[in-house]
Design a protein around this ligand. Structure first.
Ligand SMILES: NC(=O)c1ccc[n+]([C@@H]2O[C@H](COP(=O)([O-])OP(=O)(O)OC[C@H]3O[C@@H](n4cnc5c(N)ncnc54)[C@H](OP(=O)(O)O)[C@@H]3O)[C@@H](O)[C@H]2O)c1
Length: 274
């Protein structure tokens, strides 16, 4: 049996870093990409490569290197992502585009690049790291939620198109997980907020609410999520969605099924936090 080959984006930190370690430990050949190559974990079977998923030339080089060196691709793990947080009125269109290019279009382009190889093999899987925020939403996370909701639909449509070739596209929806993600998202709120912004009270209220929430809910570790990624990549009968916890699954489902109630709940919480 050939050594399995996985391409992981965003492998320099958090869940992507932990996933690169886990797949390597299990004997996979790992092509791990990120902009900060020096932060990608080192191991004999990890190839650390420079990758900016918003750059087509970089995406092409990443996939070409893996195909040239390994001769096959079993899994593409689209994990790279960040939160371009801020009020929708004030986030610049340039930053909104960057959010969609990183969290959605980069993943889509990489899939286009690996699919011909997977089709030829007659086997392969695209594993997309979305979020519970791909079903629910909260103020200030507008473009992030748009990107993750879109990633979910994109994955579902892709799955219906590629099953005929023996291929699958699946989604993982992590909830709060220990990584650099929240720090970057919170920095982006400050960056995107205009001077004397009328949204400052909403930002203060939301931050306070989030802090209270993170004080009560226990965040998962990146290593725990990497195990979910592993399941999604290797399940004999892949599921459409993967969650870390029952709570994450229920939250996502409630927001989807009871969309009106969820919207009223968010509106009420925002009103009380102002
Ligand atoms: N942490 C959470 O609570 C949480 C919850 C739900 C979903 N998620 C999702 O999980 C995924 C992993 O996030 P994380 O929590 O592990 O955050 P993280 O620690 O901030 O890691 C994000 C990774 O994405 C990479 N990345 C960002 N922009 C990139 C680009 N243009 N090109 C290539 N790589 C890029 C970063 O690498 P470089 O900066 O070196 O390029 C880094 O390795 C993301 O898609 C995130 O949205 C996170």
């Amino acid at each position: 049996m050939d050594q399995k080959v996985i391409l992981i984006t965003g492998a320099s930190s958090g869940m992507g870093y932990a996933a690169a370690q886990l797949f390597a430990k299990n004997g996979w050949q790992v092509f791990a990409g990120a902009r900060r190559v020096s932060k990608i974990p080192r191991a004999a079977n990890i190839h650390a490569l420079s990758l900016d998923v918003t750059d087509s030339t970089s995406n092409q080089a990443f996939v070409a290197t893996a195909v040239r060196e390994a001769g096959r691709v079993d899994v593409l793990l689209n994990n790279a992502g960040y939160g371009e947080y801020g009020p929708l009125e004030e986030v610049s269109m340039a930053n909104a585009r960057k959010q969609l290019e990183t969290n959605l279009l980069g993943a889509a382009e990489l899939a286009q690049l690996v699919l011909p190889t997977m089709r030829e093999q007659g086997t392969g899987r695209i594993v997309n790291v979305s979020s519970v925020g791909g079903d629910l939403y909260w103020p200030l996370g507008g473009w992030y939620h748009v990107a993750k909701h879109s990633l979910n639909v994109w994955s579902d449509v892709l799955d219906t198109e590629i099953r005929q070739f023996g291929l699958h596209s699946v989604v993982i929806e992590p909830g709060g997980t220990e990584s650099s993600w929240s720090e970057i998202a919170m920095k982006n709120v400050t960056k995107n907020l205009k001077e004397n912004s009328p949204y400052q009270p909403l930002v203060n209220g939301t931050m306070k609410f989030m802090q209270r929430l993170s004080g009560t809910a226990s965040a998962a570790t990146a290593a725990e999520l990497a195990k979910v990624f592993y399941r999604a990549a290797t399940d004999a009968r892949p599921k459409r969605r993967y969650y870390y916890s029952v709570t994450d699954r229920l939250m996502a489902r409630s927001a989807r099924v009871h969309a009106g109630t969820f919207h009223r709940l968010v509106t009420l919480v925002v009103k009380r936090s102002l």
